[in-house]
Each structure stands twice: as structure tokens, then as C-alpha cells.
Design a binder for this molecule. Structure first.
Ligand SMILES: NC(=O)c1ccc[n+]([C@@H]2O[C@H](COP(=O)([O-])OP(=O)(O)OC[C@H]3O[C@@H](n4cnc5c(N)ncnc54)[C@H](OP(=O)(O)O)[C@@H]3O)[C@@H](O)[C@H]2O)c1
Length: 293
């Protein structure tokens, strides 16, 4: 199987690169190799590689910066996936893509399912939703996995920011009125591989299993709750105090959903996959930190 991975240097992509290498002949691509905003170059590249499976872990993920760079967000998050799906359809290949809890406005009071109405609050969520819809209407075989609050031991993310600040300060003031599902990106990469294993039967895609899935760690917490557990499990709790604040006390260029908990029940029902509770995910991530996790 020819596999083409985009976003190979991101949090999720780095682990996918590891795991997909045993699944076939893997070509992995980062932004240094190919700028996804250059759609015609990307299309020609896909045709040259002739993939049977395209995995797209690339995205314009800077939620605030997207407000001032809507065109890049649109190209990377909506147009590039649309063309990947067209190419997948032409080749009878499968496209695996990722989306976000930020397609929701946060007005719900119970976990969002795949059929809950979407209503993104900003450019990032809007562009990601456009990518989802383009794939869904392409006619290609696809898996789109909506995930949430991704973190890992690599790159710029909430976990790494908290651990850095904990070495510099004795108080961290963290928003307590946004609730979601912190998800260790390695767990999502592993779930993706298990899904792929369950998707093919005798080398052919089981089309009835294709579609949109929520894939986030179980349970829910606020950014403050997440920060508290990071500080506790990392062994800083006796020195660093984590103070709850409101969103109004920490204004950002774009509004985040107040509540973006995802129900991953469909993933459990169709593929028998349950991601662990978010706190178990955090413990695993921290335990892998020392050994290059
Ligand atoms: N991070 C989160 O909290 C979160 C939450 C929900 C959903 N998601 C979704 O989960 C998926 C994986 O996210 P992640 O956190 O792993 O993202 P990430 O660490 O930000 O990685 C995204 C990758 O996309 C690449 N990329 C960005 N612009 C590009 C361009 N113009 N051309 C080529 N490559 C480009 C980046 O390359 P460079 O590093 O070289 O720029 C980066 O390696 C994405 O679909 C994201 O929308 C993320």
C-alpha cells in the first residue's frame, strides 16, 4: 500500500509517521517539503505519489492568528483537504482527515455528537468545518476524526506552556469557564491505526464504516482543571498554585466555545475503540516525557 502523510512534523503527524511506516510504503511530507497553500503543486504531487491512503495531519492550527490570515486558513484547512479528497476519489484511495471541537459554538450542555448542529465562532473553526464538508461531499472514501484540546511532549501546546511557566512562576492563572476533552495526540494516532485495521476487510475498504467520527479522550475538564493536574502530576504542586480565572479575565482575539465536550460513542460502537480518560492520557504522556515520548 502506498501511503501519503501530510503534516508529518506536527504533534499528531510525528506519531502517525512512526506508526504508519509499518503499514506500507510511506511518503511523509512537512511544510518544508510542500506548502499546502500551493494547491496545484499539491495536486501534482499526489498524482505522482499515487497513494492508496492519504492521511492529512496538516492544518493551520493557530486559532488566534487565523483571524488575521483567513486566506491561509482557508487554503490549508478547507481547499487542500478538498483537493486531497478529489484525488482520493479519482484513485479509489482512502482519505483520513482530522477536524476540531471548535466547529461548535459551545452553547450545548451535554456532549456533542457527530450529528449535533455546527456553528463555529471564528475563522479557524469555520475553515475546518469547510474542509469537513468538502470531504463529505466529494464522493471519496474517508474518515474524518474530530478531536479536541490536543497536546503532546512535542511542539507548542498547553501542556508544554504550563510546564515552562511552572519553572518561572509560583502562580498560574488559568481559565476555568471553558470545558473540553484534553487529548494526548499519541492516543489519537494509535486510535487511527486501530481504525484503519478495522476498516479494511480482505484489502477492500468497508464503506459502511467511513464517515465522520468524534475521537477525544473520555471525561471532561476546564483548562484550569487540566492545568492543576499537569502541575500535580509533574510534581510542582507544593510550589506552584493554579488559580481559576474567567474567560473575561483572559481575553483572546477570538472567542472559544465555553463547552466543547465531544461524545466519542460512535467510535466505540462502530470500531470498538475507547480513548482513555483525559487524566489517564495525561499521566501516560508525562511518563513518556523523560524517554523521548
Ligand atoms: N492542536 C489542537 O489543540 C487541536 C484541537 C482539535 C483538533 N485539532 C486538529 O488535529 C489535527 C492535528 O493537529 P496538531 O495539533 O497535530 O497540529 P500541529 O502540531 O499544529 O501540526 C500541524 C502541521 O501542519 C503543518 N502545516 C501548517 N500549514 C501548512 C502549510 N501551509 N503547508 C504544509 N504544512 C502545513 C505544520 O507544519 P509546520 O510545523 O512546518 O508549520 C504542522 O506540522 C489538525 O487537523 C487540527 O486541526 C487540533
Amino acid at each position: 500500500m502506498n501511503i501519503l502523510l501530510f503534516g508529518a512534523n506536527g504533534q499528531l503527524g510525528t506519531k502517525l509517521k512512526d506508526l504508519l511506516s509499518s503499514k506500507g510504503a510511506l511518503r511523509s511530507v512537512g511544510s518544508d517539503d510542500l506548502d499546502l497553500r500551493d494547491l496545484s503543486v499539491m495536486r501534482a504531487f499526489i498524482r505522482e505519489v499515487r497513494p492508496d491512503l492519504i492521511v492529512n495531519a496538516a492544518a493551520y492550527t493557530d486559532v488566534d492568528a487565523a483571524e488575521n490570515d483567513a486566506e491561509s486558513a482557508r487554503l490549508v484547512n478547507a481547499e487542500a483537504p478538498r483537493i486531497m479528497a478529489e484525488c482520493a476519489k479519482d484513485r479509489h484511495a482512502l482519505l483520513v482527515h482530522y477536524s476540531t471541537d471548535y466547529v461548535f459554538d459551545g452553547g450545548a450542555r451535554e456532549p456533542y455528537s457527530e450529528t449535533s448542529p455546527t456553528s463555529p465562532l471564528g475563522v479557524y473553526g469555520t475553515s475546518k468545518l469547510a474542509g469537513e464538508l468538502a470531504i463529505a461531499s466529494s464522493g471519496a472514501a474517508y474518515l474524518t476524526l474530530r478531536t479536541a484540546w490536543l497536546y503532546s511532549n512535542r511542539g507548542k501546546n498547553f501542556l508544554n506552556t504550563m510546564l515552562r511557566l511552572a519553572t518561572e512562576r509560583d502562580e498560574l492563572r488559568v481559565v476555568d469557564d471553558q470545558v473540553g476533552c484534553p487529548t494526548y495526540s499519541d492516543l489519537l494516532a494509535e486510535a487511527t491505526i486501530t481504525m484503519l485495521d478495522g476498516l479494511y476487510a480482505n484489502g477492500a475498504v468497508r464503506h459502511e464504516r467511513c464517515g465522520l467520527y468524534h475521537a477525544a479522550c473520555a471525561g471532561q475538564t476546564s483548562w484550569h482543571g487540566f492545568a492543576k493536574k499537569i502541575i500535580e502530576h509533574a510534581g510542582y504542586a507544593n510550589r506552584v498554585h493554579v488559580t481559576p480565572i474567567t474567560t473575561a479575565e483572559y481575553p483572546t482575539p477570538v472567542q472559544r466555545p465555553a463547552y466543547s465536550v465531544l461524545s466519542s460513542e460512535k467510535l466505540a460502537r462502530v470500531f470498538g475503540i475507547r480513548l482513555p480518560d483525559w487524566e489517564a492520557g495525561l499521566r501516560r504522556c508525562l511518563s513518556e516525557r523523560g524517554n523521548g515520548g
